[in-house]
Design a protein around this ligand. Sequence first.
Ligand code: KG4
Ligand code: ZN
Length: 340
Amino acid sequence: MKSDIFILAIESSCDDTSAAVLKNRTVLSNVIATQKIHEQYGGVVPELASRAHQKNIVPVVKSAIEKSGITTDQLNGIAFTRGPGLLGSLLVGTSFAKGLSINLGIPLIEINHMKAHILAHLIDNNNYEQEVEFPLLCLTVSGGHTQLVVVNSPYDFKVVGETIDDAAGEAFDKIAKTIGLPYPGGPLIDKLAKEGNSKAFKFPISSVKDLNYSFSGLKTSVLYFLQKEVKKNPHFIEDNKADLCASVQFTIVQTLLKKLIKAIEIYQPKSIALAGGVSANSELRSTIVDLGKELGIPAFIPAFEYCTDNAAMIGISGYYNFLNEEFSNLKVTASPRLSV
Ligand code: KG4
Ligand code: ZN
């Protein structure tokens, strides 16, 4: 009989300190400490993020182990986010994982954060009705990335399209800021959009070549539009907040959809999926589900807790690397620009 594999995973690439314990593909615990300190600055301040990780990491890991119901001597490996992300933040998780690996005498497993967002679809607790079939075409949309990735197996990823400037999450957050919403604005736009009319204002859907994306034009277009309208009516933003949010969200979702459809035509995937923080967006979720139904391709949308940064996705990636005996040595360093 095959024995169970227990992985402790640590995620600290940006502004969430997270630890999780997995038993094979099942998440036993997934603890996330979100750093509130950045809200007042309108974005993540790297120096404050690494300091907060230092403060959070011990209690977060301790709590993940306690909640999992296992003891540290049952662990088979320590998975950690090597990159991409903020250097100071990554260093905290990397150093902590190394120390624990030496202390417990178990393998250290480096994980790529962007691949992990995608592998979150292989977590058992996602409660999907069916298993993900490869090739999987995944639209990964976060605060730092917007990528179309063809996944042939948990070990074989190919980026076939990406943003040439801002990421989709960045577009949500920056436009939210011009509308006067606090950071991170993405979830607030989503919430306000529910009360608004998505056809109220028309913004441009960018068309860069191949399967690539661009969002900086939209950001500028919204900014100029607002400057013009506010000159005529100083209360324009307040008076039209919900309609503005709905129109911006509609434009971002349609922009994402356009290249996704093109990629499906080219790569003929057996499954399609969303990953990354922006996959929490309600309009994007329903749009992808509808597209899957229309095309007869199963669409996988992660449970909310696996959309934004979390260590469970690092744990499932660690599990697959463990099966392949892909371990790291103690010389491994944090890698802020690690690519898929
Ligand atoms: O993956 P993630 O947690 O961190 C990065 O690796 O970037 O993604 C964070 C991004 C932020 O830009 C945030 O505004 C966006 O995901 N986000 C959303 C929603 N929830 C989170 N954007 C739109 N609608 C949402 N509901
Ligand atoms: Zn992320």
